[in-house]
Write a protein that binds this ligand. Structure first.
Ligand SMILES: C[S@@+](CC[C@H](N)C(=O)[O-])C[C@H]1O[C@@H](n2cnc3c(N)ncnc32)[C@H](O)[C@@H]1O
Length: 368
């Protein structure tokens, strides 16, 4: 970073991006560095939800959006041995590269020179880190690598993996030849595609969302499929459901989205004496209260047909306010259903709509 840009960042700190402030800072460092500094502060403010060091980092809007949250990146990095060089093949602004650098020596690659420069600055806050402006598919002189292929073409997100850059199929083939390669992909990709890459498959849960599918390849990778909670490192192996109930018992549970995506509901059932509710593929029930980070628990008040008018009548008897509505595997839109149940009571209740025996059922629930 040039001394003028450093100065501009200092001068623009805490200032609103008004024409007057831009002119004031511009008078010292020139209009272009002043505009750059105000943009950096705007992006830093946005980045604080992803990076605890955001106010010292440098960003570019699209690359910030694509950057891995630091908690998730720390999990990626934790899979690699310490004190061993790990290459981040698709560095972007360096979300993953910073986490790798915290763990040990790291090396970055990006074909975009300005991103490579930002990443070198950001990872440099942790330790001096080389970022090469080069195609990650050149010759590899390392045995550990991570890649988070770009999923955009022409500024739009794509879910066609053959459009990702670099192509995950090519990366996977290369990673199979090294000690450990990690590939971050969208969890919305099909099971068949993810399985075609081979290796170990993890579905990442963060903030009760399934954030990504991670494919681990190479001689040091494991096998099988699981869900992983990156906040705690808890894992849940894939296992098919074996217990089903058409009507809920005393307790209703929502399973973590990553557990559902990993096809781990059989393991979720084992967390208590639980059965899958109807054909919901993600709601569970039991008669005893079970407690687990993989579950959100509700007390069941009653179950009725999913007819908005009669549900509203039942909710009135509980003195409920407009409820939260959740749905699984039904055609009903949760927001539309909720719009038909406006109530002004005092009690916070929730509704869960799910299919059972060819009918749509509605469980009236209270969060526990
Ligand atoms: C999704 S971003 C990576 C974000 C990064 N993991 C982070 O946490 O900030 C993907 C990056 O890969 C880069 N890229 C695409 N094709 C590449 C290639 N063949 N070699 C190196 N980098 C590439 C893009 O320029 C983009 O910056």
């Amino acid at each position: 970073m040039t001394p003028d840009r450093l100065r501009a960042l200092d001068l623009a700190r805490g200032l609103e991006a008004t024409a007057g402030n831009l002119a004031k800072v511009g008078a010292v460092v020139g209009p272009s560095d002043a505009a750059w500094a105000f943009t950096q502060w705007r992006l830093r403010a946005r980045a604080r939800s992803k990076f605890s060091e955001a106010d010292r980092m440098l960003f570019e809007a699209e690359a910030l959006e694509q950057a891995t949250h630091e908690t998730v990146a720390a999990y990626h990095a934790s899979r690699f041995p310490q004190a061993t060089l790990v290459a981040d093949l698709t560095t972007g602004i360096g979300g993953d590269l910073m986490a790798l650098a915290r763990r040990g020596p790291a090396l970055g690659y990006d074909t975009d020179p300005s991103r490579a420069e930002l990443a070198a600055h950001n990872a440099g806050l942790v330790r001096p880190t080389e970022v090469r402006v080069a195609d990650a598919l050149g010759a590899w002189s390392f045995d550990h690598a991570f890649a988070d292929p770009a999923r955009r073409t022409g500024g739009r997100r794509t879910l066609d993996p053959s459009m990702f850059a670099p192509d995950p199929l090519v990366l996977a083939a290369r990673m199979r030849e090294i000690r450990l390669g990690g590939l971050k992909l969208s969890p919305l990709l099909t099971d068949a595609y993810l399985a075609s890459l081979g290796g170990e498959l993890e579905f990442v849960s963060f903030g009760w969302e399934c954030r990504e599918a991670l494919v681990w390849l190479g001689s040091g990778a494991g096998v099988g499929r699981c869900a992983i909670k990156v906040e705690t490192g808890l894992r849940l192996d894939a296992a098919p459901s074996s217990r089903f109930a058409d009507e809920p018992g005393a307790w209703f549970y929502e399973a973590d989205p990553a557990a559902i995506r990993a096809h781990a509901l059989g393991s979720v059932e084992q967390l208590g004496d639980l059965a899958q509710l109807g054909e919901s593929n993600g709601y569970l029930t039991g008669d005893e209260p079970a407690d687990s980070p993989w579950l959100r628990r509700y007390r069941v008040l009653e179950t009725v047909a999913a007819d908005a008018r009669s549900v509203k009548e039942r909710l009135r008897t509980y003195d409920a306010r407009t409820p939260e509505v959740k749905t699984r595997a039904v055609k009903i839109d949760a927001e539309t259903f909720r719009d038909r149940i406006k109530l002004a009571g005092k009690r916070d209740l929730a509704l869960a709509l799910y299919p059972a025996k060819g009918r749509t059922r509605c469980a009236i629930l209270e969060r526990s």
